[in-house]
Ligand binder design. Structure first.
Ligand code: NAP
Length: 456
């Protein structure tokens, strides 16, 4: 077969939203004969939709039905439990596929860079999120919830997610697909207050309004806001619509002063973590008070006033953003934690592309990745049309499956994932839960590969 007549073979590494939107954008092209193989390190697909979106946000999670539809297409294959970089290499993928799209996200957390950050009890929100969502990497983590106050650093939606989960009545969470180990720990939790700390003001918070607005309903409690902190903000007329709406919600909380439930959220602004202290574990956090200054370009920045406040706590969660990791052989922007690219084409690479957070940084909502994936796929097809992306010149089709079976005998294909999906949903039915997650790779593989174990 002449190379130009062969189907375009594309590998996508990562099965989160950006990976699936890239697959969808390729498979939607009626003018293109394309085969898509999706590689995933875990035994399960959907990335952050399974392991990042909070369990009490089922509507956001329902986007997985779009991914299931893409996965059902004949020209699509799922290869789970394959670690690109270990089981197969980047070079091997580039040798076999005409194009490789990396949709690997930004798996690690950003650090605060303050003394005491490494003390037990000072944790990344990313780890906590993975734990309550049943991500196998975090299934064996333990978080000491035997403290009356937790402190969450950051004013983004991840900060709200972890604060809300820590303050929600466990019986509400019991109706979700939260990991059972997390539900048990939250039932036994001693936490009464979660203090959410922002370094700038209420008008600079990165929350989205629906996430801010739902807090009293979900936690069955008022939110403690200092009225003085929301009364006046710099340049209120010039604020974005989201910031104005957030401010209105926060002012409502400050005015209402609803009765606090058993567990409640407190929010304080213009405070930066300066030091975490404790004897062998977190016992207190020192916060520095900030004043806000508006720059000539309108940017509002926080400046240390020198005033200090000590807050007793046994658990500090930093929710100050995610960070990407480099991929051996591809360029990496250390400052931004992303792979440098031009509309998705990796700088200097021959046939490698990026989508999602590893392409543009950890911003936006799930839907943002759709437009982002279309941009990368458009670029890929332009490169194909102008000859800068050359298809492999080969006869016949590639026998990827036998190659992979050799590299990873415990390969999870789409039908293996279907078995997991079915088993989890069935386990959830008696309690009216969407699913009961299998949280350990061994257990997932047992189901996917229809294995029975002597010790099971
Ligand atoms: P984010 O939205 O970027 O928020 C990070 C927060 O951390 C900001 O408030 C930032 O403040 C603060 N921060 C950064 N460095 C800090 C430091 N050294 N000290 C104190 N504070 C610091 O990040 P995210 O919360 O991780 O969320 C990532 C993305 O996922 C966002 O786009 C988010 O909307 C999305 N997400 C959406 C949902 C949802 O829709 N339900 C749920 C979860 C996540 P500054 O502004 O001052 O830098």
């Amino acid at each position: 077969m002449a190379a130009a007549e062969a189907p375009l073979n594309v590998a996508i590494v990562g099965s989160g939203p950006s990976g699936f939107y890239a697959a969808g954008a390729l498979l939607d092209r009626a003018d293109l004969d394309v085969r898509v193989d999706m590689y995933e390190r875990l035994a399960t697909p959907w990335g952050l939709v399974r392991a990042g979106v909070a369990p009490d946000h089922p509507k956001i999670k329902s986007v997985s039905s779009v991914y299931a539809k893409i996965a059902a297409e004949e020209s699509f294959r799922f290869f789970g439990n394959v670690d690109v970089g270990t089981d197969v290499t980047r070079e091997e993928l580039a040798e076999r596929y005409d194009a490789v799209i990396y949709a690997v996200g930004t798996p690690t957390d950003r650090k605060l860079g303050i003394p005491g950050e490494e003390l037990p009890g000072s944790v990344a929100a990313v780890d906590f999120v993975g734990w309550y969502n049943g991500h196998p990497d975090f299934a064996d983590h333990t978080f000491d919830l035997n403290t009356s106050r937790a402190v969450v650093i950051g004013n983004g939606n991840v900060a709200l997610d972890v604060a809300r989960i820590l303050c929600s009545p466990p019986d509400r969470l019991a109706a979700t697909d939260i990991a059972d180990h997390a539900l048990d720990a939250l039932r036994a939790s001693g936490i009464k207050e979660v203090l959410v700390v922002g370094r700038r003001g209420p008008a600079q918070a990165a929350f989205t309004t629906p996430e801010l607005k739902e807090l009293p309903e979900f936690t069955e409690s008022g939110v403690d806001i200092d009225p003085d902190q929301v009364a006046e903000v710099p340049d209120e007329d010039g604020l974005s619509r989201v910031a104005k709406r957030n401010l209105a919600v926060l002012r409502g909380y400050a005015e209402d002063a609803e009765a606090y439930g058993e567990r409640h959220i407190t929010m304080r602004f213009q405070r930066s973590p300066v030091e975490i202290r404790g004897n062998g574990k977190v016992e207190e956090i020192v916060l520095g008070h900030n004043e806000l200054r508006v720059g000539e370009d309108g940017w509002v920045s926080a400046h240390d006033t020198g005033h200090r406040e000590s807050v007793p706590t046994g658990l500090v969660l930093r929710a100050v953003g995610y960070r990407g990791l480099p991929i051996a052989g591809l360029p990496f922007d250390e400052r931004r934690g992303v792979i440098p690219n031009e509309r998705g084409k990796v700088e200097g690479a021959e046939r490698e592309y990026v989508v999602g957070w590893i392409k543009r940084g950890p911003t936006g909502i799930i839907g943002t990745n759709k437009k982002d994936a279309v941009e990368t796929v458009t670029r890929l097809l332009e490169d194909l049309a102008d000859g800068s992306l050359r298809r492999h010149d080969r006869d016949g089709t590639l026998d990827i499956e036998s190659w992979l079976a050799e590299r990873q005998p415990e390969l999870v294909t789409e039908s293996g994932w279907q078995l997991i999906d079915q088993a989890e949903r069935t386990a959830g039915e008696p309690a009216g839960r969407p699913r009961v997650k299998l949280c350990r790779t061994e257990a997932l593989l047992d189901v996917a590969l229809s294995r029975t174990r002597a010790d099971a």
